[in-house]
Design a protein around this ligand. Structure first.
Ligand code: HEM
Ligand code: HEM
Length: 184
């Protein structure tokens, strides 16, 4: 995979903060997916089902919280130049990263809007503070937003999977530095 969609850089590897943001966001997204899948198996109206939903919304919201400083850091610091390889592979990697950046902003925003359109507010766990609603309650809007959020969520199982396979392909088959320089 390559990283060419912003400032060309002479960095040899990703900086500490970039590595932290990448893996923290990965863990939060994995948690959000696991929680929403688990919710489907829990009895309707149960406390465990409500907890699963809460873990989903909060893991997802934290993705957005980290996405902002992550993108700023990326724009200011740039990224290492791609590992040597065919141009098409570097461009594909770059396009993939761009789409993944879009996803970490769009998906939490869509989820939050869907929650608000359904008449619910996001409540800060432990503090009981409710974040204000961004849209008025509307059944039609809720259905559209949940549809788009769900479809994007399903599509990104595949995109994230391809991205991870590409990283492992670079590491094990091409033997280059791509995974190592995003590791620590
Ligand atoms: C939720 C899952 C993930 C998301 C949203 C994500 C997102 C991204 C983004 C946006 C970049 C570009 C970094 C930048 O330029 O700032 C990147 C790079 C990278 N990711 Fe991921 N990633 C995810 C999961 C993974 C996994 C599971 C692996 C490994 C198995 C992985 C390995 C890498 C590597 C090695 C790079 C550096 C690529 C390069 O230097 O060209 N990522 N990722
Ligand atoms: C990157 C973060 C997120 C990912 C990957 C994600 C993914 C998903 C997925 C895969 C579904 C299941 C859709 C379906 O079964 O059709 C879902 C449902 C949902 N998500 Fe998210 N989501 C994220 C963030 C959020 C956030 C931040 C909120 C709200 C604050 C949220 C609210 C919802 C709601 C209300 C549903 C519908 C639940 C239901 O069917 O009862 N999501 N999400």
């Amino acid at each position: 995979m390559s990283t060419t969609f912003s400032t060309p850089s002479t960095l040899a590897r990703y900086s500490g903060p970039a590595v932290f943001f990448h893996w923290a966001v990965f863990l939060l997204i994995a948690t959000a997916y696991a929680a929403i899948e688990l919710k489907g198996f829990l009895p309707k109206g149960s406390a465990s089902r409500a907890l699963s939903m809460s873990v989903h919304t909060w893991a997802g919201a934290l993705v957005l919280v980290l996405a902002v400083p992550r993108l700023l850091w990326r724009l200011v610091r740039g990224a290492p130049a791609p590992e040597p390889g065919p141009r098409w592979m570097q461009l594909l990697g770059s396009a993939m990263h761009f789409v993944l950046y879009l996803f970490i902003f769009a998906q939490p925003v869509l989820g939050l809007l869907a929650l608000n359109a359904d008449g619910h507010l996001l409540t800060v766990p432990g503090l009981g503070i409710e974040l204000p609603s961004l849209v008025a309650q509307s059944k039609d809007l809720k259905e559209i937003l949940e549809d788009v959020h769900g479809t994007l969520g399903t599509a990104f199982y595949m995109v994230i999977g391809l991205h991870a396979i590409a990283a492992l392909f670079h590491h094990y088959m091409l033997g280059d530095n791509t995974l190592r320089r995003m590791w620590r």
